[in-house]
Ligand binder design. Structure first.
Ligand code: PLP
Length: 453
């Protein structure tokens, strides 16, 4: 009857009934076929579920969403390297060579700590360029710096432990620490980097300290040698671990080269974190963690039990890219490019940014931070600038608490062509002035309203 009613073949109807029966939607017996009595969530309970807050862990509820996000391609977006300058052809050759040589041999699980040739290549590179002292066994390949930070939290802290974070500081690190239920204590930053008082060690002694000593994110300060040594000594004395996030230290533009804290003192209590997101490209999602020698025997079995090895072709191609000298040459080219871009961005700011501002940092990396007066609220500027394809980050958003937040903009010059700096800064200048005008209007209407009241 159904076949006739629908104008389809009897075989199709039989096949559909069989399928429905196999999936449990209909039940058949000698009396016929009926719709199965399935348990439907009642309309009432689904309405209740909608009104209830999502049932996720408390710690995740405390992670602040980034109030700004912009595509990598927008101008002046911080944190993005010169993507168009990446030697994609050379990278393809490295990958092709690995696949050709290995055939199907690399399709199974790899070493959970990463492919040994890559760990060795990273160890050699870090020894020469950053003064990091380690054996390849201490190097763990991670999914970017972000996974390395999460591992540090998991390996050396317990929920409720105190963690010091730079204020202002990197939001990704704050999120990783929040996931470990750590009590975050903001430590302020000045022109010499993290400013730790003797009182802080006494009153809020940390288990973990997160720092970007080579190039503080976002202020650009470089942690002075005296403060580095003091931090290491105090951490040793108090049983604390330091995460050294060395994210963009390869691009040093001024002053003497400064090695990593990890290599300054033998047996320093430092968990060294690095990434290829800035030196190569972010989508590679490859970073590394250098574990202290004293931890390796205890920690390696935990990592082997909790991680799975993969991305083997990419890891071996990267090892080849480093060992063949192509990585070093790319770094050299990018260093020169970023140096030039920074100089031209400074010039454009000097010549075309009329609003009073102070430029901070610039000894390393791919960004400059400018401080602006409160008359030019950074969040509003960032929102308006995006509609013109300009994506600086608001400085105030990098502070843990709003009470002592500075106001300003973080300008990335890594992925923005220097030929566009002048029109971009002219446009940014206009956006800032418009924002200030509407701010004044807002203030006026508020005070008018207050007077009326
Ligand atoms: C301070 C800091 N650390 C690390 C990273 C890189 O993280 P990932 O390797 O997870 O891309 C960034 C990127 O913006 C950063 O600003």
């Amino acid at each position: 009857m159904l076949a006739v009613a629908l104008g389809i073949s009897r075989n199709s109807v039989t096949a559909v009934y069989e399928q429905l029966g196999a999936e449990g939607y209909v039940e058949s017996d000698r009396q016929g076929t009926r719709v199965a009595a399935l348990q439907h969530p009642s309309a009432q309970s689904s309405a209740r579920a909608k009104s209830r807050p999502p049932d996720i862990a408390e710690r995740s509820l405390h992670i602040r969403e980034r109030s700004y996000s912009a595509p990598d391609t927008l101008a002046l977006r911080p944190g993005v390297p010169a993507l168009a300058r990446f030697p994609i052809g050379a990278w393809k050759n490295c990958l092709d060579r690995v696949i050709q040589r290995a055939g199907t041999d690399l399709l199974g699980y790899g070493d959970p700590l990463g492919e040994m040739p890559l760990r060795t290549a990273i160890m050699r590179h870090l020894a020469i360029s950053r003064g990091v002292r380690c054996e390849p066994e201490q190097v763990v390949i991670t999914e970017g710096a972000q996974e390395a930070l999460a591992l540090c939290v998991r390996l050396v802290t317990n929920p409720g432990d105190i963690a010091w974070v730079e204020d202002p500081g990197y939001r990704g690190a704050q999120a990783a620490l929040a996931c470990g239920d750590l009590k975050m204590v903001p430590i302020s930053v000045d022109a010499e980097g993290l400013r730790v008082s003797a009182q802080a060690w006494k009153q809020q002694c940390p288990r973990l300290i997160y720092a970007t000593p080579s190039h503080q994110y976002p202020t650009g300060a470089v942690l002075s040698a005296a403060r580095r040594l003091k931090l290491i000594r105090e951490a040793q004395a108090h049983g604390a671990w330091i995460i050294e996030d060395d994210y963009d230290s390869e691009f040093r533009h001024a002053g003497a080269p400064i090695g990593a804290m990890q290599g300054m003192v033998a047996q320093a209590p430092v968990l060294y974190v690095g990434t290829f997101s800035k030196t190569l490209f972010p989508a590679l999602r490859t970073g590394f963690l250098v574990l202290p020698e004293t931890l390796i025997d205890t920690v390696a079995p935990v990592l082997r039990a909790t991680l799975r090895g993969g991305h083997r072709h990419e890891q071996l191609a990267l090892a080849n890219f480093i060992e063949s000298g192509q990585f070093g040459r790319h770094l050299g080219r990018m260093r020169r490019l970023y140096r030039k871009r920074q100089a031209l961005l400074r010039e454009a700011l000097h010549d075309y940014l009329d609003v009073p501002h102070t430029v901070m940092g610039g000894e390393s990396g791919m960004h400059l931070t400018i401080r602006l007066s409160e008359d030019y609220p950074d969040q509003r500027i960032v929102e308006s600038a995006q509609s013109f394809g300009i994506a600086p980050a608001p400085l105030s958003q990098f502070f843990l608490g709003p009470s002592h937040a500075d106001n300003g903009l973080v300008l990335g010059y890594g992925n923005t062509s220097e030929s566009t700096f002048v029109p971009l800064i002219q446009r940014l200048n206009q956006v800032i002035l418009w924002g200030a005008d509407s701010n004044k209007t807002d203030h006026k209407s508020v005070s008018r309203r207050r007077r009326k009241e």
